[in-house]
Design a protein around this ligand. Structure first.
Ligand code: S3P
Length: 176
């Protein structure tokens, strides 16, 4: 059976939309850490950041991952900052094949600008904040993932197919 697939990447990189397609194609159950955290907290992400703070949000992300250890047959989409904690990166590796979904910065920024859902970008100059965060995080995604999938110019379905190809390549790679 295909192992769990874990999607990491910057906010707006399409983890949830592509993850849903991967779930349909594989029969794996789709799980989203943002959704689990908000369900547990009983409030939305912006409110968690405002009332409890980012540190508490990160702690809740870790708690959700710990609960997923041992679960089989899932596609997991993760919040863009979840990989910041080393502890979380280790947990992700134990959960499944970790793949980094990426796209051109302008494409991603255009996507995230369409909603007000990202508290970290609610600054005076969202583009500068976006560029700064992305710059800092790229090496972390790179080191946490087994492979990078560039979804620039692809439909969600096409990106999902690339995710599956990358997962299968990881499976068939001889042990190093
Ligand atoms: C965050 C990304 C968001 C959400 C929260 C923090 C981040 O998830 O977890 O707003 O630190 O990059 P998405 O990547 O699904 O937007």
């Amino acid at each position: 059976m295909l192992p769990n697939i874990v999607l990491i990447g910057f906010m707006g990189s399409g983890k949830s939309s592509v993850g849903r397609h991967v779930s349909e194609m594989t029969g794996h159950r789709f799980i989203d850490t943002d959704l689990l955290v908000t369900q547990r907290a009983g409030m939305g992400i912006s409110r968690i950041f405002r009332e409890l703070g980012e540190e508490e949000f990160r702690r809740m992300e870790t708690a959700v991952l710990e609960e997923l250890i041992g679960v089989c047959g899932v596609v997991l989409a993760t919040g863009g900052g979840l990989v910041l904690r080393e502890e979380n990166r280790d947990l992700l590796k134990r959960i499944g094949i970790v793949l980094w979904l990426d796209a051109d910065a302008d494409v991603i920024f255009e996507r995230v600008s369409r909603t007000q859902k990202r508290p970290l970008l609610a600054t005076e100059n969202p583009r500068a904040t976006f560029d700064e965060l992305r710059e800092k995080r790229l090496p972390i995604y790179q080191s946490a993932a087994m492979a990078r999938i560039d979804s620039t110019g692809l439909t969600h379905q096409q990106a999902a197919r690339k995710v599956l190809e990358a997962a299968s390549r990881q499976l068939h790679q001889p042990e190093q």
